[in-house]
Design a protein around this ligand. Structure first.
Ligand code: PGA
Length: 252
């Protein structure tokens, strides 16, 4: 049985005190009313990780960094290494979000280093992929996503690949209010699962949690999560409101 995961991505939002307050609310709601079979993850800014880890129940709420350094340590001013992230108590790292690929020019080569360092430290990468609108309109989204996977996580040996989570986030649906239809999301996730089966094997493909991200909300989560290959969501805007985030967690 693969894990169902609902992960919040707070992006560059909230001060530490606001973030701790939000995490406290989520923790209470999830503990009291959250679906027990859903893994809940809060992707907070680096500055918030330790404080958020200190106040959540680690059996119910996990914490993720939104990025990590591509080097283990050293003279890389402004970077935050995976071992620093681990020392906060966080257990997941979001890697390759389209905003990082686009605004910070993260290439497949850089992402490979980040995934390797995250795995080496025993943390779980949430590896993001997804196409821009022009690619979707040209009808070449499958080839595009396939290439993203082939250049990065498909280089991993099976033992490592088994430890990662994938999030498919079409760029045109992120923060736009324009969600992929549940059929579009299902089609892509089924395609990704098929690629995993070909590259590795059926068992590994069946066990891999693949999430959908992009304007996921309490209004559409149920329909999205009812699809056979959608194992949860990576949630941006709606993860900043505790009740909305809970409603998405409970949409299964
Ligand atoms: P959104 O963001 O839910 O605000 O569209 C999703 C994401 O970028 O992870």
């Amino acid at each position: 049985m693969r894990k169902k995961i609902v992960a919040g991505n707070w992006k560059c939002n909230t001060t530490i005190s606001e973030g701790v307050e939000l995490a406290k609310q989520v923790n209470i709601l999830v503990t009291e009313r959250g679906a027990k079979d859903v893994v809940v993850v809060l992707g907070t800014p680096f500055t918030h990780l330790a404080s958020v880890c200190a106040i959540v129940d680690p059996d119910r709420v996990c914490v993720a960094a939104q990025n990590c350094a591509a080097e283990p340590k050293g003279a890389f001013t402004g970077e935050v290494s995976v071992s620093m992230i681990q020392s906060t108590g966080a257990t997941y790292v979001i890697i390759g979000h389209s905003e990082r690929r686009e605004y910070y020019l993260e290439t497949s080569e850089i992402l490979n280093k980040k995934v390797a360092l995250t795995l080496a430290q025993g943390l779980t990468p949430i590896y993001c992929c997804g196409e821009a609108l022009a690619i979707r309109e040209a009808g070449t989204e499958n080839n595009f996503v396939k290439k993203q996977l082939e250049e990065t996580i498909f280089n991993l040996p099976a033992e490592d690949f088994k430890k990662i989570v994938i999030a498919y986030e079409p760029i045109w649906a992120i923060g736009t209010g324009r969600t992929a239809s549940s059929q579009q999301a299902q089609d892509m996730l089924a395609f990704i699962r098929q690629l995993i089966a070909k590259k590795y094997d059926q068992t590994i493909a069946a066990a891999c949690s693949i999430l959908y991200g992009g304007s996921c909300s309490p209004a559409n989560a149920k329909e999205l999560f009812s699809q056979a290959d959608i194992d949860g969501g990576l949630i941006g805007g709606a993860s900043l409101k505790a009740e909305d985030f809970l409603a998405i967690i409970n949409a299964y």
